[in-house]
Design a binder for this molecule. Sequence first.
Ligand SMILES: NC(=O)c1ccc[n+]([C@@H]2O[C@H](COP(=O)([O-])OP(=O)(O)OC[C@H]3O[C@@H](n4cnc5c(N)ncnc54)[C@H](O)[C@@H]3O)[C@@H](O)[C@H]2O)c1
Ligand SMILES: [Zn+2]
Length: 347
Amino acid sequence: MIISSHAKKYSVEVTDAGFITRLMEKSYKLVIIDKKVYDLYRNTLLAGLKKETLYLFDAVEKNKNAGSALKICGKMAEISFKRGDELVSIGGGIVQDVTGFAANIFNRGVRWTFIPTTLLAQCDSCVGGKTSLNFSAYKNILGTFYAPDNIYICLDFVKTLTEDDYLSGMGEVAKFNIMSAKDGIGLLENNMEKLLARDTGVLKFFVERSLEFKKRFIEEDEFDLDVRNLLNFAHTFGHAYEKTSNYAIPHGQAVTLGLITANNISRARNMLDPALKERIEKICMNFISVKLKKEWFLADKVIEAMKKDKKRKSDKLAAVLFSSDLSLKVVQDLEQKEVAEALSFIL
Ligand SMILES: NC(=O)c1ccc[n+]([C@@H]2O[C@H](COP(=O)([O-])OP(=O)(O)OC[C@H]3O[C@@H](n4cnc5c(N)ncnc54)[C@H](O)[C@@H]3O)[C@@H](O)[C@H]2O)c1
Ligand SMILES: [Zn+2]
C-alpha cells in the first residue's frame, strides 16, 4: 500500500518471516532496536543483523523523551551518518516515536525504514507520520510529522507479545473495523476465536483493513485539522482512562473502554440501537485483560482528565459518537452528567 503525505509517498507492506530474514542481511549503518525484541529474535528472524550497527533501546515510557532522541542523533553524528544513509528501527510505538523524531531532526531528515513489532504499531501508529515524545509530566506533548520511507510488517512478531500488549493492539483493530461499516462488526464476531489465538492469516486480513481505513483519513487530513479528528473515536475517554489509571491500562485497552463509553452515550442519546450497542460491547470485552479498578472510573477524575486532553478545542467537553446508521458524529455539547452515567456501565 502506498500512502501519500505532504512530504512524500511512502510504502507499507505486510511481509513474511522470510522477507524480514533477508532484509536483515543487508548492510545498514545504524539499526535502533527494542532490546526485548532483539533478545527474543536475535537467533531467528533477526539473525542477520550486524552487531556493530545495533543501538539497543530500552522501550519504556520514561525513555520516550527528547534526551533519548538526542542520544540517537549523537550516535548518528559519531558514525558520520549522511542524509543518503538509511536509519532502520525495529520495535513498537515507543521505538517508532523516538526514532521518528531523531530521523526528522538529524540533518533535517534522513531516510528511515520502520519494522513495527507490536500489533498496535502494525495496525495503526506505523502510518500517519506522527512522532510524539513525553516531556516532564506531559505525555506525547512534543511532536512532529515525519513518516518512515518504508514500513515492513511481519505478523510473526506478535506471537511473543504479552496478552496485555496483544489485546491493546486488538483494541485499535476493533476501533477501525467497528468504525469502518457494519460488515466490520460481523467480521470481528465471526473471526473472534482466530483473532484471540493470534492466527497470522486472519490478523493479516484485519491489519490490512485497518491500515486501508486509516489511509483514507490521513491522506485527506494529514495534519489533524478536520476528518482525521474522527479517528479520535473512543480516544477522548481512552486518554482519560490512561491518566486516571496512571498508565496501568495500555493505550489500546483504554481505547476499547473509551469505545464502550462512547457507545453508552450514543445509546442514551438514542443515536444507537440497543442490539447494535450490545454486539459492539460484546466484541470489546474480549479485548480487556487488565483487571479494572473502580477508582480509575470515578466521574470527577475522568472528567478532570478529559478537560486536560491536549486535543480539546474549546472549554466544552467533546467526543466522537457512533450512530446506528454507522456514521460518526463529533459532538461538542457533552454534559458531565452524561459521562458520569456512561461510566456506571463500566464497572
Ligand atoms: N506516533 C503515533 O502515531 C502513536 C500512535 C499510538 C501510540 N503511540 C505511542 O506508542 C506507544 C505504545 O506503543 P506500543 O503499544 O506499540 O508498544 P511499546 O513500544 O510501548 O511496547 C510495549 C512492550 O512490548 C515490547 N515488545 C515490542 N515488540 C515485541 C514483540 N514482538 N514481542 C514481545 N515484546 C515486544 C516492548 O519492549 C514493550 O515492553 C505509546 O508511547 C504511545 O503513546 C504513538
Ligand atoms: Zn490509539
